[in-house]
Design a protein around this ligand. Sequence first.
Ligand code: ZN
Length: 251
Amino acid sequence: MVTDTEGIILRQTKTVNGRKMILLFSAKYGKISAGTSIGEKSRSKAALALRPFSYGRYELFRSKDLYSINGAEVIRSHYRIGEDLDKYLAASYVMEFTERVAAENLRNPQLFQLLLDFLDMMEIRNKKLRTLVLGYQVKALQILGSAPQLETCVLCGCNGIHPGFSIRDGGVLCRDCIKKLGLEPRDPLICEPDFDIVGILKYFLEHPLKSLETLALADPVEAGIQKLLRQYIGYHLDIRDLKSEGLMIDG
Ligand SMILES: [Zn+2]
């Protein structure tokens, strides 16, 4: 069956005989693997559409669950991401994260749009790349239905002040519950940080990614949120040790 879809290239791997395997986050079919023999030199415009970070239109041949890409056309290549090391590393991390959270053969229009917004914004962003990466991850968790609970205490449900955060229970904790937990083997808790991590997470959840265009968090704030998210994502999504994580530098 011949079909076509818009998509974003998550990864490209060279295989034998000049063929490539493409991991495509497609608008119509979700994350799919597809082989292609479109070469770098022979058909350069199509080859450009197969590079990581490219957003394009792809002509696919599908036989059962196997795909091959017969034609490709760039819509936006996001080439400026590839020209800046910091952007490249930050975006590579987001692609790897997305590869891990996106389900195979299951369309996810919201996550697709979020990734596209991220790449568009990353391409023109000049500083504090990590703020955008963290915003992306929180929005992705929200789309996946795995966002932390921030409005009421995750253990007792009370409103009011929540100075703690429990990774395991997935949300904020009130003082009483922190006290009770103190008697048990402790969760990894982050209590009373110098800055309002929870307030920023809430901001991320309540606003579209595009509203982060001018938001630049201070380094310690970014570091605090990054630490919390790393633990949270490891615990709740079982995603740890992303290859590109250690390489991410903030610009
Ligand atoms: Zn409580």
